[in-house]
Design a protein around this ligand. Structure first.
Ligand SMILES: *[C@@H]1O[C@H](CO)[C@@H](O)[C@H](O)[C@H]1NC(C)=O
Ligand SMILES: *[C@@H]1O[C@H](CO)[C@@H](O)[C@H](O)[C@H]1NC(C)=O
Ligand SMILES: *[C@@H]1O[C@H](CO)[C@@H](O)[C@H](O)[C@H]1NC(C)=O
Ligand SMILES: *[C@@H]1O[C@H](CO)[C@@H](O)[C@H](O)[C@H]1NC(C)=O
Ligand SMILES: *[C@@H]1O[C@H](CO)[C@@H](O)[C@H](O)[C@H]1NC(C)=O
Ligand SMILES: *[C@@H]1O[C@H](CO)[C@@H](O)[C@H](O)[C@H]1NC(C)=O
Ligand SMILES: *[C@@H]1O[C@H](CO)[C@@H](O)[C@H](O)[C@H]1NC(C)=O
Ligand SMILES: *[C@@H]1O[C@H](CO)[C@@H](O)[C@H](O)[C@H]1NC(C)=O
Length: 370
């Protein structure tokens, strides 16, 4: 009897020392379900006591320990709030709530999930801020919160998530400046801040993100001269900066410093100066959008070398000098055989329309010269 008591006591101690157990997982999931309403009632019907959680729809468990390692409820049409009990799924590696209708806030208890690597909550109605507690999910490599109602400033703590590969915060209501600590996310390959209310200058510290391929700032209130730090990011393939308050000119050697760009958009800003002729050194450039700025000079003849150029938007600038010869760049563009859309409307281009305009790309389906 004494021995039995002692053994059960030890077992309890053991359980306690491990903190949570399979029962904790089950309890957490049922608690989560209780705060969720399903538009199609059937989707979580397997979440009941007749079978263990590892058999439930959307739940993945570890093979040996039978603890919940994955929760994939993407596109399940769930409503309601996300229960803080989710923070008790201590073996969770991957959490996907994308494409549901969750409201409320992201529970700060998520910070307890120290094994978490993938977190996708895109396409919901989550408000509040990004919880600083996420800094404790130190293995996080994929953090995607695209299209929610997240507000407030970015927590500087984000800069400690040193394993982050992809950070997508686009289409929210985030405010304030970018924290300098972002420069510590040196493993990042994609950083997406588009369509928020972020402001101020892009910190010089981003020059340290040397692995980065996609950098997305469009439709915010960023300001200052074209960020010099960007010239250090030679791996960039996508650079979206349209609709912001960036000013100054592009460096003449722009194209030599960012030779891997495929898409560069900086329309609707306050750029001045000339279009750098070295853009022609970017051999894979497909989309170049510099519309609605105050650019002067002409389209460099070197553009004949941009073999894969598909879209060129230079409308609403101050290009040309209302004189014959302004349209000579069209000769160069006849070499861009992939060109589909060319917009040079609302500039200062003069002269007669040259006959060789007929030799522009056979793929051209939009030409704006008004
Ligand atoms: C409980 O889940 C099982 C599948 O595991 C399902 O067949 C059964 O209909 C569910 N029970 C209820 C009451 O939804
Ligand atoms: C999450 O689920 C959606 C489907 O709704 C899918 O498109 C997306 O790739 C998933 N995310 C992850 C990280 O697996
Ligand atoms: C799980 O999480 C909830 C809320 O965060 C908490 O109240 C509860 O005590 C936790 N522990 C267990 C074992 O369920
Ligand atoms: C991270 O975890 C530690 C230890 O549990 C805790 O003291 C700290 O407050 C947590 N950080 C945040 C930002 O929640
Ligand atoms: C960046 O990381 C270093 C060490 O890894 C740390 O000393 C520094 O405080 C961090 N900087 C920011 C701005 O978080
Ligand atoms: C850039 O292009 C110019 C001509 O337009 C060429 O002379 C130069 O070699 C190119 N540089 C690189 C690094 O490709
Ligand atoms: C256009 O390409 C041809 C060869 O494909 C080349 O000979 C010619 O110099 C190019 N034109 C310009 C303006 O660079
Ligand atoms: C158009 O191209 C053809 C073949 O490359 C050339 O013979 C012709 O002269 C060009 N037309 C104009 C108007 O430049």
């Amino acid at each position: 009897m004494k021995l039995f008591l002692f053994l059960s006591f030890s077992a309890l101690m053991l359980l306690e020392s491990f903190g949570n157990s399979q029962e904790t997982d089950q309890q957490a999931l049922l608690q989560f379900k209780s705060e969720v309403s399903e538009e199609k009632k059937i989707v979580l019907s397997s979440w009941n006591n007749s079978s263990p959680p590892c058999k439930w729809t959307g739940v993945t468990c570890g093979r040996k320990h039978k603890r919940v390692t994955g929760l994939d409820l993407g596109g399940f049409q769930l409503r309601g709030v996300i229960s803080p009990f989710i923070g008790n799924l201590s073996f969770l590696i991957s959490l996907n709530f994308s494409d549901n209708s969750f409201g409320g806030t992201i529970p700060q208890e998520l910070g307890n999930l120290f094994r978490l690597q993938y977190l996708d909550m895109s396409f919901n109605f989550l408000g509040g801020g990004i919880p600083a507690s996420l800094v404790n999910c130190s293995k996080l490599s994929y953090l995607v919160l695209f299209s929610n109602h997240l507000g407030q400033d970015l927590p500087p703590e984000l800069g400690s998530l040193s394993k982050l590969d992809t950070l997508v915060l686009s289409r929210n209501n985030l405010k304030g400046k970018l924290p300098v600590s972002l420069g510590n996310l040196t493993a990042l390959r994609g950083l997406y801040f588009g369509e928020n209310k972020l402001e101020g200058e892009i910190p010089d510290a981003i020059a340290r993100l040397t692995q980065i391929e996609d950098l997305v700032f469009h439709m915010n209130h960023f300001s200052g001269v074209f960020p010099p730090a960007i010239y250090d990011l030679s791996s960039l393939t996508l650079l979206n900066m349209y609709v912001n308050g960036f000013s100054g000119s592009l460096r003449p050697d722009f194209g030599k410093l960012l030779p891997n760009l495929q898409i560069f958009t900086i329309g609707s800003n306050f750029l001045t100066g000339a279009i750098p002729s070295t853009l022609a050194n970017i051999s894979n450039l497909q989309l170049l959008d510099m519309e609605v700025n105050s650019l002067t000079g002409g389209v460099p003849p070197s553009f004949a070398k941009i073999r894969y150029l598909q879209t060129l938007n230079l409308n609403l600038n101050s290009l040309g000098s209302f004189s014959a010869g302004d349209l000579e760049f069209l000769v160069a563009l006849t070499n861009c055989t992939q060109l589909q859309s060319l917009d040079v409307s609302f500039n200062r281009l003069g002269g007669d329309l040259p006959a060789y305009i007929a030799n522009l790309s056979i793929n051209l389906n939009q030409l704006f010269l008004q």
